[in-house]
Design a protein around this ligand. Structure first.
Ligand SMILES: Nc1ncnc2c1ncn2[C@@H]1O[C@H](COP(=O)(O)OP(=O)(O)OP(=O)(O)O)[C@@H](O)[C@H]1O
Ligand SMILES: [Mg+2]
Length: 227
């Protein structure tokens, strides 16, 4: 068995918890309630790659590309610089057109040769669906599409409704992904108000605790001591 290639996340404190990085060509579900840092984490992951020459693709189904660019600038991440060089693409896709999302992803992935992909968020894609089997099938199709492209490590952002104890909105998303990272926010001021937990990561002996997470002017960082 060849040694697994690992992809550095660019999140200080995270890679050492996951044997050096995410498994290359794997699909990671990053779930959390509103304001937990999903969009910042996705942007930080893609931007870290751009700085190292990894082509990046950000598919946004909620915020506009202008908002993603503007939000990122406050952390010093200038996406436009890389978009102009053709290394990065931030595209908005209308979640109402859920039928063709797989095709869009496949087309964009083969055109851009993106090594890093973020889809933010996958929850709106399946909002119109009620049947868990249908949602699972849809996500499975998307994940297979990404894996078939063969060169992309992907973060699928997923919303968790307020007050829910589940790992995702519909309770099926986590089963189809290779890894699940859960972001939480206690809603109180203090150093441990935010946390990150690696709920599963296939082929990885990952940290099993709930780790304090901070968002600052530099973006997201994880502290090693568990809560
Ligand atoms: N410069 C900053 N310093 C500290 N915290 C910040 C900074 N900028 C944003 N935040 C925090 O990050 C939160 C937004 O994070 P983000 O947009 O990534 O969340 P999200 O999980 O994508 O939420 P949603 O998609 O539901 O809007 C803000 O509510 C704020 O608490
Ligand atoms: Mg968001």
């Amino acid at each position: 068995m060849p040694l697994l290639q690992r992809v550095k996340t660019g999140i200080p404190g995270l890679d050492s918890l996951i044997e050096g990085g995410l498994v290359e060509n794997s699909v990671i579900l990053v779930s959390g309630g509103t304001g937990c840092g999903k969009t910042i984490l996705a942007s930080q992951f893609i931007y870290h790659g751009l700085e190292r020459g990894d082509p990046g693709l950000y598919i946004t189904l909620e915020e506009t590309p202008e908002d993603i660019r503007a939000d990122s600038l406050q952390f010093g991440w200038d996406f436009q610089k890389y978009e102009k060089k053709g290394l990065c693409k931030i595209i908005y896709h209308d979640p109402a057109q859920i039928n063709n999302i797989g095709t869009v992803i496949l087309d964009e992935l083969s055109r851009s040769r993106a090594k890093r992909l973020a889809i933010d968020s996958t929850s709106v894609m399946t909002l119109a669906m009620e049947n868990p089997a249908q949602i699972r099938k849809k996500l499975y199709g998307i994940i297979s599409t990404i894996k078939r492209a063969g060169h992309t490590t992907a973060l699928l952002m997923a919303d968790i409704p307020e007050g829910s104890k589940g790992l995702s909105m519909f309770g099926v998303e986590e089963f189809v992904a290779d890894a699940v990272i859960v972001l939480s926010y206690l809603g109180v001021e203090g150093s441990t108000s935010r946390s990150l937990q690696i709920r599963k990561m296939r082929r990885t002996d990952h940290g099993k605790d709930v780790y304090p997470m901070v968002i600052s002017k530099k973006g997201i960082a994880i502290r090693q001591s568990e809560i």
